[in-house]
Design a protein around this ligand. Structure first.
Ligand code: BES
Ligand code: ZN
Length: 379
């Protein structure tokens, strides 16, 4: 609880912020003091950008820069429908104007780039602005329906995109490793992960101060344990803006390390005091049991864990990236049984210490820590 209070006191631990950096420093210091081999993995976040679109002498500055590089480009404004393949006649070297809808933003952008467009503007298909992020080699700008229709009336005219990079930011993962008692470097690896960042405006006590504090405590308790397997704690950044830290971490593993990786216990929102969240859900990507969930069920029975464990098919946290690498993975999260509802404080300023249950935090530590220990003691 003291560690959790420390995390909350840093303020919203937004990816790339000073509060996230303070969190990284605190965890590093702590893992080193417990005798772990600690590595900080820094990675780039998408740059903060702003920009304008100018067509026929009219400048639109209410834009969202959704992806791609900064800079200034000009070209003919070409109407490209919904951005499907075949919608891009004459787009080569020009600026494609696409309406939102039907297919994902990323697909529209990929089609535009494949057709040789030098820039992309996507306008909303309903009143108001549009908010999205894509990967792109060319600038991609989102605009409101109103602005988009104004631009559409000037298709065929010269258009200019001016995009400035305001700031580049980085985040980090902290990776803490403990080898088996015999020091071997070819043992199975058990991953314990928790995201350290939170959304803007939210103290992130439960999401995910709880999982972070639980992982710190499990690391403290296991520091001197004699284990037959390797354990790696990954405290990952930038989950809330697209699972970026865990993606960077999993991508950094060698094929040999992935092959040795047998399990990922991911903790995200494990200690809400919200009364109806009486169940501990184990979320897997396919909704099927795997080594993580079966181990947790075995250990819950051994410990007499008070809460019911419920298996659910669900992503939306860092276990996705472990799963995608072929590693048995599950996220542990408290929800209301039956409805699978989350607490109403989720992603709000009310995700505070006041709504944390010390008892449930302890239960998560016992269950996940016990499961890791149980698995790590099997030869
Ligand atoms: N802890 C939350 C939500 C969550 C819900 C995790 C259910 C696991 C199961 C997580 O930090 C979050 O908000 N995730 C985002 C998705 C992510 C890819 C940005 C979400 O659910 O909107
Ligand atoms: Zn979360």
């Amino acid at each position: 609880m003291a560690d959790l209070q420390t995390l909350v006191d840093f303020g919203p631990r937004v990816a790339g912020s000073a509060a996230e950096q303070a969190t990284i420093a605190m965890i590093k210091e702590r893992m080193e003091s417990y005798g772990y081999d600690v590595v900080e993995q820094e990675f780039e976040l998408p740059a903060l950008m702003e920009g304008t679109v100018t067509i026929a002498g009219v400048t639109y500055d209410n834009t969202r820069i959704a992806g791609g590089p900064g800079g200034a480009i000009t070209g003919t404004l070409v109407e490209a429908g919904l951005g499907k393949q075949g919608d891009f006649a004459n787009a080569e070297g020009n600026i494609a104007l696409i309406q939102r809808g039907d297919i994902p933003f990323q697909e529209k952008v990929d089609n535009a780039v494949a057709a040789g467009a030098a820039g992309v503007i996507i306008y909303n298909n309903a009143p108001g602005g549009v908010n999205f992020s894509v990967q792109s080699d060319v600038p991609v700008v989102g605009v409101s329906n109103e602005d988009g229709l104004g631009m559409l009336a000037n298709a065929g005219q010269e258009a200019q995109l001016d995009i400035a990079v305001l700031a580049t930011q980085s985040s980090s993962n902290v990776i803490a490793t403990k080898l088996p008692a015999d020091g071997s470097t070819d043992a199975d690896i058990i991953h314990v992960s928790a995201h350290i960042d939170s959304v803007p405006g939210s103290p992130g006590a439960n999401d995910n101060g709880s999982g972070t504090a639980a992982a710190i405590e499990i690391a403290r308790v296991l520091q001197d344990a004699d284990l037959d397997k390797e354990i790696r704690f990954s405290f990952v950044g930038a989950e809330e803006i697209g699972l970026l830290g865990s993606k960077f971490f999993v991508d950094s593993l060698t094929d040999e390390e992935v092959a040795r990786s047998i399990a990922n216990f991911n903790m995200d929102m494990v200690a809400t005091a919200w009364e109806p969240a009486t169940a501990m859900y184990t979320n897997t990507l396919d909704g099927q049991h795997n080594l993580v969930t079966t181990t947790a069920n075995t250990v819950a029975e051994m410990l007499g864990t008070p809460s019911q464990l419920v298996l659910l098919e669900r992503g939306a946290s860092d276990h996705v990236n472990f799963h995608d690498a072929g590693i048995d993975a599950a996220n542990f999260i408290r929800r209301e049984p039956g409805t699978a509802n989350l607490e109403p404080y989720y992603h709000t300023p009310n995700d505070t210490m006041e709504h944390i249950s010390q008892e449930r935090l302890g239960e998560a530590i016992d269950l996940i820590g016990g499961s890791v220990y149980y698995l790590a003691r099997q030869q």
